[in-house]
Design a protein. Structure first.
Lengths: 275, 269, 266
């Protein structure tokens, strides 16, 4: 059993205190129905409140790994533990409740483009709302307040009634972050959150994630394929290659040789975001 | 000059041979009377003259009343059919329903598709009698075959990202459909619903021929009386009404599909 | 949560939404008023007819297979009509499609004329043609075949000409540059280019034809529909159910074969 971390009151946080959750993977293997082994016997533990990057080329298994943590991809073998929950044994309502405590951000933003920004962020409250109410797009005044606060914290409040599809990529990712924040999660997962963005916007979004970690004290796990972003924004780095952990150590001091070992090839210019 | 030998495309010739044989065999089996085929052009001219040289407009009010009855059948049938198709079509989409729900539903749609609406109406009228209501029900049930197929194909073609996000936030299947799939699929589905109405306008006239009422019913009557000037008027009414509905509905459909885009453009500023 | 948030004004979308809902409701109301000619939604009729209906449905559920031998000849007639109709319609539809598409017919006047005539042809439902043609040339397969041809030409020309319109027609430039006439260019370039589309739509029209020709007989235009009309007249619902199942099987077989052939075309 992972240790529960004590309540950590964060000074200056906008909302009441969070109990950040640790994450534990124990011998996790994922084999897809077509026979591909995406994750091979991966074991690692992430402490509550850590900011960790998962680095690897596409196809290295980092997308799969992040999805085993909220059960979007079921593990074939092994156990995944998030805070008090053993994800790999959860099903149905219990699994949905766990997902409600784990925020997730995607490379493609995954917004409903034709729905309003408000409705998109309201999705973050679904785990806590009666189904019939969500069918009609109704929300309690409390949920409404949470949604508006979340939008305000990413600086997108003035777009609240607009359509999600009308926004730029960076704005969309901020809406997606607001959606994850409105879940009031204990853990934040991000799957290549900046891969579809231009460099300045990418830095802005990474800064948002960093703030979520330092100000709110959330455990943050972010998939990246760019080495400079990993070094700059995260404290710990996990390297994945062909579904196995090949590096686990501090991010800032990771050498170019470490990255070459993760990528399995010499470093190229496209491995850096640059300015 | 040495020219390479021209490739003999055996398969193509074989296909043409099969098509040719099928055609000749079928034609021979039909036992058509050649004399009648010879008279056909003069017949057509003769009857066109009877129908359209002096259409009988005195029956126009009744024709319009019956046309409205056909259009009503088409509308009610489309409304019911689209509602049923949406309810059945969404669970039949990959990524929504499990396979043991998807397969039987798809089989049901294929079976309904294979049965002409007229036959569905013939079965239904044993229960509901020869009324326009039977016509509307037949259109609704018959429409499920194609419309539910379009529905699940549309749902499958919508991007899955938003649905994944709803699942990741702890939403259940219904919430995923409502806020992950519906927003991007609904304009297309509404447009298809209107298209279903256009199709039904034609089919409802056909259903009238078996006696459920409407313009088809009136037409059969006057064809049987050989009252060609009224028949001519009725055909003109059918053509004008059908083409008008097609044009109006087509314009609304374009608005629906383009509106979804243009509103987004407004908000960019 | 101390500070209050300053919200932008919410845009008024409800007038439009209410308008759309009202329009739909009004149309539905108008179409369900029997006095105007609308459909009377009479669920009571189901209850009233129930004893009668239950008996007939019972008969439908017990197909009488003894009628099968009698169905073979009309079923072949139905299939023959479908094939003859499809082939003759295809022969007519190919030149008309080229005539109705912009790249293959730059002349706006004739193009629009062809399209308009075909729109009119398409506006008349299939069985309406059959009814009128039976009255003109008499009961038999001839009115059925003509109906199928009219129906097919309308639909095939529309679909094929639209696909020629939307496809990139750069291939025609070569012909034009070489100084060919439009007819020459069409035959050498446009026709081979659009062949897969034509074949696919013709197969589709064959599928529809089998379905339509099965019921043409109801109005006297030949095929298995004649038998449907007959057994229906004698309330032989057990025999009717056999015929319906037979049509179902034949239509599904044709659909499977046609789907297979269409996949091979791509």
């Amino acid at each position: 059993m992972p240790e529960r971390t004590p309540h950590t009151e964060v000074e200056g946080a906008e909302s009441s205190a969070f109990v950040a959750w640790p994450i534990e993977l124990d011998g996790v293997t994922v084999r897809y129905p077509n026979g591909v082994v995406a994750l091979n016997n991966v074991s690692l533990s992430i402490a509550a409140g850590e900011m960790v990057s998962v680095v690897g080329l596409s196809g290295s298994g980092k997308s799969t790994m992040i999805r085993t943590i909220n059960g979007l991809v079921p593990a074939t073998n092994g156990t995944v533990t998030v805070g008090p929950h053993t994800v790999t044994t959860l099903r149905g309502k219990a699994l949905r409740e766990l997902r409600g405590s784990v925020g997730m951000i995607f490379q493609g933003f995954n917004l409903a483009d034709r729905a309003s920004v408000y409705q998109n962020v309201l999705v973050g409250r679904f785990a806590h709302t009666a189904t019939w109410k969500t069918m009609l797009g109704m929300a309690s005044s409390e949920d409404r307040e949470i949604v508006l606060r979340a939008l305000d914290s990413v600086g997108m409040l003035e777009k609240v009634w607009g359509r999600a599809g009308a926004l730029s990529g960076g704005q969309k990712q901020r809406i997606a972050i607001a959606r994850a924040l409105s879940q009031e999660p204990e853990v934040m997962l991000a799957d290549e959150p900046v891969a579809s963005l231009d460099p300045p916007t990418a830095h802005a979004v990474m800064t948002d994630l960093e703030r979520i970690n330092t100000e709110r004290g959330l455990t943050v796990l972010v998939n990246l394929h760019l080495m400079d972003l990993a070094r700059q924004y995260t404290t710990r780095m996990i390297g994945l290659r062909a579904g196995e952990v090949v590096y686990d150590g501090p991010a800032t001091t990771a050498t170019d040789a470490d990255f070459e070992a993760i990528y399995g090839r010499p470093i190229q210019s496209r491995d850096r975001l640059g300015k | 000059m040495r020219v390479p030998t021209k490739p003999r495309r055996l398969m193509v010739r074989l296909v043409w041979l099969v098509v040719g044989l099928l055609f000749v065999g079928s034609f021979w089996g039909l036992d058509l009377e050649w004399a009648k085929i010879g008279e056909l052009p003069s017949d057509v001219v003769h009857y066109f003259g009877l129908m359209f040289s002096d259409p009988d407009w005195s029956k126009l009010p009744e024709a319009l009343f019956q046309t409205w009855r056909s259009v009503s059948m088409a509308w009610v049938g489309a409304l019911l059919g689209v509602a049923l198709s949406t309810l059945l079509g969404i669970p039949a989409a990959e990524g929504v329903g499990p396979i043991w729900i998807r397969l039987p539903l798809r089989w049901l749609f294929a079976v309904i598709r294979a049965v002409p609406e007229v036959i569905i109406a013939i079965i239904l009228l044993t229960v509901t009698g020869l009324t326009p209501f039977t016509g509307a029900l037949a259109l609704a049930i018959g429409g499920i075959g194609t419309h539910a197929k379009w529905t699940y194909e549309t749902i499958e073609a919508t991007p899955t990202g938003a649905g994944e996000a709803v699942k990741a936030a702890g939403g259940n299947l219904l919430q995923m459909v409502r806020w992950g799939l519906w927003p991007s699929a609904s304009p297309e589905l509404m447009s298809l619903g209107l298209y279903r109405f256009e199709i039904n306008v034609r089919t409802s006239a056909v259903l009238g021929l078996i006696g459920v009422g409407g313009i088809g019913d009136m037409l059969t009557g006057y064809v049987q009386f050989r009252d060609w000037s009224v028949v001519g008027m009725l055909i003109i009414v059918v053509i004008v009404v059908t083409m008008t509905i097609d044009a109006v509905s087509g314009r609304i459909r374009r608005r629906i599909m383009e509106g979804a885009k243009s509103i987004e453009l407004d908000r960019i500023v | 949560m101390t500070n209050t948030l300053v919200l932008p004004p919410k845009p008024r979308t409800w007038p439009r939404n209410v308008g759309v809902v009202l329009a739909l409701a009004a149309m539905t109301l108008l179409t369900t008023l029997p006095r105007l000619g609308g459909v009377e939604i009479d669920l009571g009729s189901i209850a009233r007819n129930w004893s009668n209906a239950a008996e007939r449905i019972g008969m439908l559920l017990q197909p009488d297979l003894s009628i099968l031998p009698r169905t073979i000849e009309p079923m072949f007639q139905t299939l023959s009509m479908a094939i003859v109709g499809t082939v003759l319609a295809a022969a007519l539809a190919i030149p008309l499609s080229l005539w109705a598409a912009r790249p293959t017919n730059p002349n706006g006047l004739t193009r629009r004329a062809v399209r308009f005539v075909l729109n009119v042809v398409r506006a008349v439902p299939d069985l309406v043609y059959a009814t009128i043609l039976v009255a003109m040339v008499g009961v038999g397969t001839l009115p059925g075949v003509i109906t199928l041809i009219l129906f097919d030409v309308g639909i095939v020309v529309k679909l094929v000409s639209e696909s020629i319109d939307s496809a990139d027609s750069a291939y025609m430039e070569g012909g034009r540059a070489a100084g060919g006439t439009q007819t020459q260019i069409n035959k050498v370039t446009a026709l081979p280019q659009s062949w897969p589309v034509i074949a696919s739509q013709v197969l589709y029209s064959l599928e529809l034809n089998v379905r339509i020709s099965a019921i043409l007989g109801i109005v006297g235009a030949g095929g298995i529909g004649r038998l449907i009309d007959e057994v229906r007249g004698f309330y032989r619902y057990d025999a009717l159910s056999t015929i319906i199942i037979e049509i179902l099987v034949v239509v599904l077989i044709i659909e499977v074969v046609s789907n297979y052939l269409r996949k091979r075309l791509r």
